[in-house]
Design a protein around this ligand. Structure first.
Ligand SMILES: N=c1c2ncn([C@@H]3O[C@H](COP(=O)(O)OP(=O)(O)OP(=O)(O)O)[C@@H](O)[C@H]3O)c2ncn1[C@@H]1O[C@H](COP(=O)(O)O)[C@@H](O)[C@H]1O
Length: 96
């Protein structure tokens, strides 16, 4: 069975890529200075949301495209300095 801890692991890697940049996709996008990094990440979130929509309508690659969307949303949250517990707490708060 897959381990849901993976979200926390990826989050931690993203924080490290933000705080100790290396030559990698996520470090580069977060360090971008020509075009504002936030705009670039938001563009990816919008693009990936469109891909989820197409995947659902076509019944093709829905999980794959959803992970792209979730991943870029996590990247945005890390870039904006959100703590992972804020995310989990918000889910908890809504739990009935
Ligand atoms: N989960 C992901 C992940 N999902 C998608 N991507 C990258 O996001 C980029 C854009 O996604 P796209 O679907 O648009 O990519 P594409 O199909 O090549 O299309 P285009 O880029 O041409 O538009 C691609 O380069 C993907 O490789 C990811 N890059 C990194 N991670 C995680 O983030 C961690 C840190 O990544 P690095 O910064 O690369 O070390 C990794 O250890 C992974 O756990």
């Amino acid at each position: 069975m897959a381990n849901e801890q993976i979200i926390r692991e990826v989050w931690e890697v993203l924080e490290s890529r933000r705080d100790n940049p290396i030559d990698s996709y996520t470090s580069k996008i977060m360090q971008d200075s020509d075009k504002k990094a936030e705009d670039k990440i938001l563009e990816k979130v919008a693009e990936e949301a469109g891909e989820v929509l197409i995947a659902s309508k076509n019944d093709e690659n829905l999980v794959y495209e959803s992970v792209d969307l979730i991943f870029h949303t996590l990247l945005l949250l890390v870039y904006k300095g959100v703590e992972i517990d804020e995310l989990f707490e918000e889910f908890e708060r809504r739990r009935k």
